[in-house]
Design a protein around this ligand. Structure first.
Ligand code: HEM
Length: 561
């Protein structure tokens, strides 16, 4: 009987079945789905694509914030997805509550890395995650942080030196400079070598890959939501996005393996891992590779985004800038005094950074999790098992229910003697580094880097905002800021030489002759460079002796003329 049906009848049956399924799905999602009672725009409740579209456009943080303001602290962003903005939700979703199971990461959002082995960020089970985290914790201890300080200083010195040399060239894109320094630091800490971005004033090809890689992760996460159409959707993913993802994985593997061969002499992340790894309880080489690849992504662009944000806000709020500059320039007598430990005494600086993290958190969307088992209570409401739940960082940080003047930059709210108006701010709603066992392992390192870079920047320069500057929630480029190259004569030049004299790095002496170095630069003897190393390309024969060289970094080059 079936065999007698013609092509048109078959098509009609298929079409009417599809339409019925679509109507049924729409009606079910809107009226009978277990999440039907939660508020939000109908369009978002009936299908995934409006949320997906918003994510791919990079607008999702704004959209969620606006929807929370309109509908309240819980919104339905997709048929099976809720997004929260309250402090209790943060605790419920991200921290482990006694014997209760934790909320696992949403596998669609945390895609398996290209090599097929999980990194610390994507690994599914709590037991496996603890294995990764325990081992990696050695590289992020207070002791390791202190050991890493000279290496970090090398790059901050270089950043300042480079900014001085280009300050007279007109407006600088500060996001780029912050990317250069943060990628150079993370390259050295993770792979044992710098990306040389500061020296070359440009991105290493791999860093360009990485910037594309962020997009590829977003695309893939969304394509996975439609398993039936995944292959078709992949065709819409730009070629460079796929290539970026593959390039990232390949380069990471090569570099991580060659760093492993260097052993345990360098004060970087790998030393901690190699020293403490154990066959039974540790992690395999296959697991180290994607984890170190993630460290590069997680520990670079986050910092540069925040530094860009804080610079922008300080320039938009001159009274805050003035207070911070005064704090920095009166706490320290010389630039040499500014280091990873001494910057901890800058109370207003910490308030400024936290306020920038509130207004422009580098991971604005928050991490999606799955409600375990039959269901759990989140923010006082029963949520069925299998629902995807997220606390949106950017939105939580800007809700009037959590903060007074939520969109204003008010560092004072973080001070002990905060003005009365801000005393009721709900600081428990603030979690730019997330909470619980899967929170940011690099939090202390991030604060150390951001404090040191900002203190050194504002010690050396007065800044002015370029009229083309604009800011977007994250992963933005083109935040153009002017760096005015004021040497702050009083503190940076003068008759006394700043800093202690140390030995020249081996090899450098081949390229220098005795001469007179300018004040402000440290050296064994007075020296004059006759080489054409990076810094001297611009000013051959310059008497300036870059301060960063005395840190004995292996990453600088000084080539004979
Ligand atoms: C301002 C700077 C930073 C911010 C705002 C930030 C924020 C975050 C957030 C929100 C998470 C949780 C992600 C999730 O649940 O999906 C996270 C995780 C992580 N971050 Fe950071 N991060 C920063 C800097 C760093 C640095 C400097 C490093 C290391 C060099 C780092 C390494 C990591 C790692 C490895 C994880 C995964 C931890 C785990 O799953 O156990 N982050 N970060």
């Amino acid at each position: 009987m079936l065999l007698n049906i013609g092509i048109w009848e078959t098509l009609a049956i298929v079409a009417s079945t599809l339409i019925s399924v679509a109507i049924y799905g729409t009606v079910y999602n809107l009226y009978f789905h277990p999440l039907a009672k939660f508020p939000g725009p109908k369009l978002f409740a009936f299908a995934e694509f409006p949320y997906v579209f918003s994510i791919l456009r990079g607008r999702v943080a704004y959209t969620i914030k606006d929807l929370h303001t309109q509908y309240g602290p819980i919104i339905r962003m997709a048929p099976n997805e809720l997004v929260f903005s309250s402090a209790p939700a943060l605790k419920d979703v991200y921290t482990r509550q006694g014997e209760k199971p934790s909320f696992p990461k949403d596998p669609n959002a945390y895609t398996t890395p290209p090599g097929g082995v999980h990194s610390i960020l994507t690994v599914r089970s709590d037991a496996d995650h603890s294995r990764y985290r325990r081992l990696l914790a050695h590289s992020f201890s207070e002791k390791s942080l202190q050991e890493q300080a000279p290496l970090i200083k090398t790059y901050v010195d270089l950043l300042i030196y480079r900014l001085h040399s280009c300050a007279a060239d007109g407006p600088q894109n500060m996001l780029k400079w912050f990317n250069y320094v943060s990628f150079d630091i993370i390259g050295d800490l993770t792979l044992g070598e710098s990306f040389n971005s500061l020296q070359e004033s440009g991105y290493h090809p791999w860093v360009s890959f990485l910037l594309v890689h962020f997009k590829s992760s977003a695309f893939l996460a969304q394509a996975r939501k439609y398993p039936l159409f995944a292959k078709l959707l992949m065709k819409f993913i730009p070629k460079e996005v796929i290539q970026g993802r593959i390039g990232h994985a390949k380069f990471a593997k090569e570099k991580v393996l060659s760093r492993m061969e260097m052993g345990t002499e360098r004060p970087d992340f790998m030393t901690g891992v190699l020293k403490h790894n154990d066959k039974e309880t540790g992690i395999t080489v296959e697991e180290i590779i994607p984890t170190f690849a993630i460290l590069i992504v997680a520990g670079s662009e986050t910092i540069s985004t925040l530094l860009s944000a804080v610079t922008f806000y300080l320039l938009k709020y001159p009274s805050a800038m003035k207070k911070l500059i005064t704090e920095i320039r009166t706490t320290f007598k010389t630039e040499e005094e500014i280091n990873q430990i001494s910057v901890n005494s800058l109370k207003y600086m910490l308030a400024v950074l936290d306020e920038a993290l509130r207004l422009l958190p580098p991971t604005p969307r928050g991490g999606p999790r799955v409600v375990p088992g039959d269901g759990e209570v989140v923010d006082g409401v029963w949520i069925p098992g299998g629902t995807i739940v997220t606390v949106a960082t950017y939105s939580a940080n800007r809700q009037p229910s959590n903060w007074a003047d939520p969109d204003e930059f008010v560092p004072e709210r973080w001070l002990e003697n905060a003005p009365q108006k801000y005393k009721n701010d709900n600081k428990a709603a603030f979690s730019p580094f997330s909470l619980g066992p899967r929170n940011c392992i690099g939090r202390n390192l991030a604060y150390a880097e951001m404090r040191t870079i900002l203190a050194r920047l504002l010690w050396n320069f007065d800044l002015e905002l370029d009229e083309r500057s604009e800011i977007r929630p994250s992963h933005a480029d083109d935040k153009l800021l002017k760096v005015l190259g004021n040497f702050l004569g009083l503190k940076f030049t003068g008759s006394s030489t700043v800093g202690t004299c140390v030995d020249l790095p081996k090899g450098f002496s081949d390229n220098v002759t005795s001469g007179k170095a300018k004040p402000g630069f440290r050296c064994t003897t007075d020296v004059k460079c006759k080489g054409t190393g990076f810094s001297f390309n611009e000013k051959p024969g310059s008497e300036k002796f870059p301060a960063w060289i005395d840190n004995k970094s292996s990453s600088w080059k000084c080539v004979a003329a």
